[in-house]
Write a protein that binds this ligand. Structure first.
Ligand code: NAD
Ligand code: TYD
Length: 334
């Protein structure tokens, strides 16, 4: 299978590329990424010389480039996005540009060539759950509340519209919070972890009792792969980790793993419009496609801590912005 991956230099996309090249040596991957602050080719250094892999620097909104790449692939797996809620609050425009217009451009070209399209989305499109409410599933109405989740919701609707209106062979997945290797240290787990490794404090928003449903990134990659190969066209699959925890529990777990105490926690002003709880009911993908999470939260957190301890150079360079300067000199500013 010839796979066009968008956003493959980011956290989940790079894990997905490693996963596919390991599991399916006969598959080939073209990775299209415009290397925003979140894109990092060092995530893919070990596959750079693999003849089944090729990197193209470019924007998903560049219709001429997209046309030439989509024409040559069998399937598009679409990860590229602006992905951080806090950044979307400070500057929503890039989110609308990439997540909505970028997805639209890809869909138009996929329609021209009738190409199979998998859209990677988030559980945040469903809004915020009360503590005792049932978890989100595929029938939950959309209720996005941040510019990030609103832009992802818009893209989900466009993808479904292309299936119903034009018969484009699409699938979608809405996944809960991921964590693991190559996670950009602006999100809770890698930020907390790297701050602790630098002897800094961990900022906890509000009362720290917001709940997320954590999934180890490899399990997400395996779920996308199953949907790509066995998923029913036109269907959406919710992917979750069975890993609902309060943020403060996660932070305390990291403190314990690193031999620190609660004096490293700093409670800070809450995020505006902060969603209280996300949780996913993944019955559909479990019963129809046989997928379920394989890495427990305890194991996943231990593996993540070990990875960040071993890859200090990686996160120190990411945090200092060194990669961005290097890519700007190699490719010009994105
Ligand atoms: P990320 O921010 O780590 O990576 C995004 C990648 O997309 C980067 O490499 C960036 O350079 C690239 N990109 C951004 N704009 C682009 C553009 N206009 N053209 C080409 N490339 C562009 O994000 P991530 O955490 O890996 O998330 C990947 C996808 O998964 C996103 O669509 C996100 O909404 C979704 N998702 C993420 C999570 C999570 O917990 N991180 C959970 C569910 C779904
Ligand atoms: P984040 O990793 O940004 O993911 P998302 O907002 O997409 O769920 O945040 C996860 C949770 O952690 C969320 O409730 C916000 C909270 N948080 C903090 O308390 N402190 C932080 O420094 C960050 C980045 C997040």
């Amino acid at each position: 299978m010839k796979i066009l991956v968008t956003g493959g230099a980011g956290f989940i996309g790079s894990n997905f590329i490693h996963f596919i090249l390991e599991q399916y040596p006969e598959d080939s991957i073209v990775n299209l990424d415009n290397l925003t602050y979140a894109g990092n080719l060092e995530n893919l250094a070990s596959v750079e010389d693999n003849t089944q892999y090729r990197f193209i620097k470019g924007d998903i909104g560049d219709v001429v480039l997209i046309d030439s790449l989509v024409a040559q692939c069998d399937v598009v797996v679409h990860f590229a996005a602006e992905s951080h809620v806090d950044r979307s609050i400070l500057g929503p425009e890039a989110f609308v540009q990439t997540n909505v217009f970028g997805t639209f451009t890809l869909l138009e070209v996929a329609r021209k060539y009738s190409k199979r399209f998998h859209h990677v989305s988030t559980d945040e499109v469903f809004g915020s759950l009360e503590r005792d409410a049932p978890a989100f599933n595929e029938a939950t109405p959309y209720d996005p509340r941040s510019p990030y989740s609103a832009s992802k919701a818009a893209s989900d609707h466009l993808v479904r519209a292309y299936f119903h209106t034009y018969g484009l062979p699409v699938t979608l997945s809405n996944c809960s919070n991921n964590y693991g290797p190559y996670h950009f240290p602006e999100k809770l787990i890698p930020l907390a972890l790297t701050n602790l490794l630098e002897e800094k404090k961990v900022p906890v928003y509000g009362d720290g009792r917001q709940i997320r449903d954590w999934l180890f990134v490899e399990d997400h990659c395996r779920a996308i792969d199953v949907i790509l190969r066995q998923g029913k066209i036109g269907e959406t699959y919710c992917i979750g980790g069975n890993g609902e925890r309060e943020n403060i529990w996660i932070v305390e777990q990291l403190l314990t793993l690193l031999g620190k105490d609660t004096s490293s926690i700093e409670y800070v002003t809450d995020r505006p419009g902060h969603d209280r709880r996300y949780a996913i009911d993944f019955t559909k993908i479990r019963t129809e496609l046989g997928w379920e999470p394989s890495v427990s939260l305890a194991e996943g957190l231990a593996r993540t801590v070990a990875w960040f301890q071993k890859n200090e150079n990686w996160w120190k360079r990411v945090k200092s912005g060194e990669y961005q300067q290097y890519y700007a000199s190699q490719y010009g500013k994105s």
